[in-house]
Design a protein around this ligand. Sequence first.
Ligand code: HEM
Length: 415
Amino acid sequence: MSLTLAEAGRALASPAAYADDRRFHEALALLRRESPVHWVEAAGYNPFWAVTRHADVMEVERAHTRFLNAPRPVLGTAEYDHMNSERAAQGAALRTLVHMDDPDHRVIRAIGADWFRPRAMRALEPRVRELARRYVDRMAELGGECDFVRQVSVHFPLYVILSLLGLPETDFDRMLKLTQELFGGDDDERQRGVTLEEKLAVLLDFFAYFQELTQARRAHPTDDLASAIANARVDGEPLNDSDAASYYVIIATAGHDTTSATIAGGLRALIEHPDQLARLRADPGLMPLAVDEMIRWTTPVKEFMRTATEDCELRGVRIRKGDALLLSYPSANRDEEVFDDPFRFDVGRDPNKHLAFGFGVHYCLGAALARIEVRAFYEELLPRLESIEFAGEPQNIATTFVGGLKRLPIRYTLR
Ligand code: HEM
């Protein structure tokens, strides 16, 4: 049955809708075609404009003083928005880079920016490659069959990011659980609890852990990213505990499920498109293009939000001061006006102007690292891979924010 525009709009506020790739993309295609800046009223959510065209997402992101990240940087229920505004009024809200605007954003972003420059990232490459090899070896140890998500792809990027932060390997399991509870928060299987209090408890766990880390790195500075954050100065003053903890939270969370979803979604795409897998194996020089195509294809970050600071127009639609706008990255990355045959998975796609890392002043700080990780993993895996197929139905996570596969059962032979 075909969707109405209102139903298509509401899909953007329905975690379950995101888990059904075909239906979800049908809804996005309809919005792009018929109502690219569309007013959405969905039960349980404050209303918002859904922005689904590539050019419009870029226009909103470019106008970063007209469209702010605060106070509603990601889509949450009305209850969640209300709780956040109460906490903000008490000065107790989570305040990461994605919650900030200039001038604070520029100053705080600069603290981590040096760490994430492509040149600095290249120095990390041998360590990333070593970890990638460890996980391909792990696939071999698993004896030719595994759930690739649970046993491989969630672990590798977390190891990378926690090594970068300088955390001990003994803490990795705790971090894995916390990041999944925070990001997979809409999915029943990953939820710690259903109440907002229980969700908040996850955040408080994070804060407590990182507050301790800040104290430790101030007492004994090392050369890791955690020390850079703990000992950073803004206007001559150290970051307060809450801002430092927020920094760790954004790095540990943003750097994990996103890359993991790309690696798993990329593998699924290669299994579903054996011609593309064969092409990539025959021509490994395509790897950088293939990595970006995997990122476009999976688009693990489903949305960020902005709030208008003044009355204005977008694609001829009147936006009022205070209105919220949802930037739909999966939609922008299938925009027929920008991508030649957007529903074709093409490991040689060039150009590939995807917006999976966003655009403008909030452009993903970890983009260079994410590309290195995905590339290292596939450069380790493909030369050893003799055969691969599904060993069960792949399953997506139900979430409106960061998502991808929850399960990817595979059977394979490795050299
Ligand atoms: C921001 C996507 C990996 C750290 C973002 C944004 C997107 C995104 C869409 C928001 C951009 C905007 O508002 O314009 C992705 C994807 C990844 C990935 C698709 C993997 C394929 C990483 C990694 C790290 C990271 C590995 C760090 C280790 C961040 C940070 C921000 C961010 C710190 C906030 C930047 C700011 O607000 O100034 N990312 N990301 N991300 N990402 Fe990533």
